[in-house]
Design a protein around this ligand. Sequence first.
Ligand SMILES: [Zn+2]
Length: 224
Amino acid sequence: MTAAMPIPELEAGWRRFRSGRYREQRRLFDQMAREGQRPHTLMVACCDSRVDPAILFDCDPGELFVVRNVANLVPPCEVDDGGPHTSFHGTSAAIEFGISVLAVDHIVVLGHSQCGGIRALIEGIPAAFGPMPFLSSWIALADEARERAFAADPEPARLATICEQLAIGLSLRNLRTFPAVRDRIAAGRLSLHGLHYDLRDGALSLLDVDLGRFVAVDGGDADA
Ligand SMILES: [Zn+2]
């Protein structure tokens, strides 16, 4: 007995994968199944369907340990008291696993242009969507980025980009509140990076910590 895939697009894609990449890279898949994963990078990316890290960075399976959430935010390290109101810290759990078990070399916070989560942070969630208590409390994590973006008084067209980039900086700061992250950085075994991807032209920029701003990454010219 076999099951029919309920989503035709996914069935067709899985068949292409199984007869294409899976077959071509069979040795890699088999090795990873036997030996486990050893990703070099933990990436915090947005849920946005247009910003798939493995596609953007042309990675093989096994390279990226990815946690995706709305607006690619990292919360500060918060320890529950174990009481009845214990929260469920999905992103923090992924960070803990990536650091303590997988011992990744890098953590990247990948933001992007036209981020719906950041737009909701700036403009508020439209009332037409009805109450969205989870989303509103989640994006409130980046309130400081919104306040600083408005305080910078940019041209309106730049406001979203600035807020997206400030939120990346805020997440990098929150990463350092995790003791395991701090310890690995101090030991020279982990580095943190902020990247911003522009959907409109495929360009990438990197947060230069010394300059305090994002700088275009050279190369990768789509028209070359
Ligand atoms: Zn987004």
